[in-house]
Design a protein around this ligand. Structure first.
Ligand SMILES: Cc1cc2nc3c(=O)[nH]c(=O)nc-3n(C[C@H](O)[C@H](O)[C@H](O)COP(=O)(O)OP(=O)(O)OC[C@H]3O[C@@H](n4cnc5c(N)ncnc54)[C@H](O)[C@@H]3O)c2cc1C
Length: 450
């Protein structure tokens, strides 16, 4: 993020006291989107983002609901394509090591009456998209502060109200409203308020890098070598620009630790995994531009992500597993909903309990649906062993895509709509659980060693 525009920073020894309408903690995708929307609505917004990068921007293969959200920010698909910030995502292909492959693409009839669904979506080059969004945010009047929030000051009878945040640079930012978009690693308000969380699956590690190619493939490809008794590992190939692909490997933290304990470096592990698929041999012969990126994460969702004058958005609220390609949609959706709630209840000064409960419930139900479904149907062996990895992919993809579309279409907001949508998501979760238990019982126990 070397090209960050100038920002407010306290001079050495100077204590900076800033008052504004909304303080946004974190300038990742969720923070930038929320800041921009609030500033456009006329609010005085401060977005606090550290100068040093905590994690390289990632999240390049977009779900079919993301383009509409980007367009609402002023980034329509055609503009992103012509500015070479994105490529078309025509399909998702799963390729197994044994040569089997399956292509997932929404049926063409959905584009016609009465559905009129947008069947196109994108891969985005985050190293170009994020700075562009940042420029738009600054141009929209947001004050960007390059600093790191290190403390929260609370008031109100029960201590649930936030009055200000303090930064490492010694500044204090006071405002009637706060949005925490500090990402998975920081989760500032969830830690501050000790919010409970629901975890799905084990801790995982992602390694990724970028390779030049003469022609980018027209879709996202997921490479897998599913082992009948093991949790799934996979590799992504995402064409982020016409001549560049992002390639990443995801495995459990335990599997990576075992490899590291045997003396393998990150680069060696990454290379070994890619060499399993002939597609990557020519890419690995090319010189990569930068060291391989590494991050660890665990899919989870926080409970109670809204307070009287604060909301949590993006990965700080819910970490959705990357294989679902739903993180960007979720981050942009949270940002839009959190901003709208602040605008709606601004004059009241506080969010009503019903609005807090509905916002938190939507984030909880959607994250549980995506994370629970992918764990039970694709990552864990029982279902994919029984029906095959590619059929498991279809079984997961169809409801996941439909629920996202339905969410985008119906826009559940109030308590009743949120409750009904939650029931529908719950029904799918229960079905996945029943299928999982059924397949698990049918799977013979491995023979005891003699
Ligand atoms: C390996 C991987 C692959 C993924 N692939 C996909 C994909 O293909 N498709 C998809 O849709 N999604 C994907 N995702 C998810 C997607 O990247 C995220 O959901 C999305 O970028 C969320 O952005 P965010 O703004 O919530 O978080 P972040 O991008 O993490 O932003 C948080 C920001 O907060 C800042 N911050 C942190 N602490 C502080 C502090 N104390 N004070 C101030 N600022 C702070 C950070 O510097 C950062 O800029 C992937 C995620 C991972 C981990």
């Amino acid at each position: 993020m070397d090209n960050l525009p100038p920002s407010t920073e306290p001079a050495p020894g100077q204590k900076l006291e800033v008052k504004c309408d909304v303080t946004v903690i974190g300038g990742g995708l969720a923070g930038k989107a929320a800041s921009l929307q609030l500033a456009r609505a006329g609010l005085n917004v401060t977005c606090i983002e550290p100068a040093e990068v905590i994690r390289q921007p990632v999240g390049e293969s977009l779900d079919w609901s993301a383009p509409e959200l980007l367009s609402a920010l002023g980034l329509p698909m055609d503009d992103l394509i012509s500015a070479q910030m994105a490529t078309w995502k025509r399909h998702v292909t799963v390729k197994l090591r044994d040569g089997t492959s399956e292509q997932y693409v929404p049926s063409a009839w959905l584009a016609g009456a009465p559905f009129h669904l947008e069947l196109r979506t994108l891969h985005v080059d985050r190293l170009r998209l994020d700075p562009e969004l940042l420029k738009m945010m600054i141009a929209g009047g947001v004050t960007l502060v390059r600093d790191k929030v290190v403390g929260i000051e609370r008031n109100g009878s029960n201590g649930r109200n936030i009055s200000s945040v303090r930064t490492a640079g010694g500044a204090r930012f006071s405002s009637p409203w706060f949005i925490d978009a500090s990402g998975f690693a920081t989760c500032l308000l969830a830690r501050e308020f000790n919010l409970p969380a629901i975890h799905s699956g084990p801790a995982k590690v992602a390694m990724w890098n970028y390779f030049p190619v003469s022609v980018s493939p027209p879709g996202t490809t997921l490479y897998m070598d599913p082992m009948p008794s093991e949790y799934l590992e996979w590799i992504w190939e995402i064409p982020v620009s016409p001549n560049m692909v992002s390639v990443g490997y995801i495995a459990t933290g335990a599997a990576i630790k075992a490899k590291r304990d045997r003396g393998s470096s990150v680069e060696e592990i990454f290379r070994q995994q890619l060499m399993k698929f002939p597609r990557f041999e020519p890419l690995l012969r090319e010189e990569v531009l930068n060291p391989t990126n590494v991050t660890s994460f665990r899919s989870r969702v926080q409970i109670g992500v809204a307070g009287p004058n604060w909301l949590i958005a993006g990965e700080a609220a819910a970490m959705v597993d990357p294989i679902t390609a739903n993180g960007v949609t979720a981050a942009l959706r949270h940002a839009a909903e959190a901003s709208n709630l602040i605008l709606k209840y601004r004059s009241r000064g506080t969010l009503p309990l019903s609005a807090r409960a509905a916002y938190s419930s939507r984030i909880l139900q959607m994250a549980k649906f995506f994370n629970g479904g992918i764990e039970k149907i694709v990552y864990e062996p029982p279902v994919r062993n029984r029906i095959g990895a590619t059929t498991a992919g279809t079984l997961y993809t169809s409801p996941a895509w439909s629920m996202n579309v339905l969410y985008a279409r119906t826009k559940p907001r109030g308590v009743v709509a949120t409750f009904l949508f939650g029931l529908l998501l719950g029904a799918f979760r229960v079905s996945a659980w029943i299928l999982y238990q059924f397949c698990k019982r049918l799977t013979p126990e491995p023979a005891a060693p003699v």
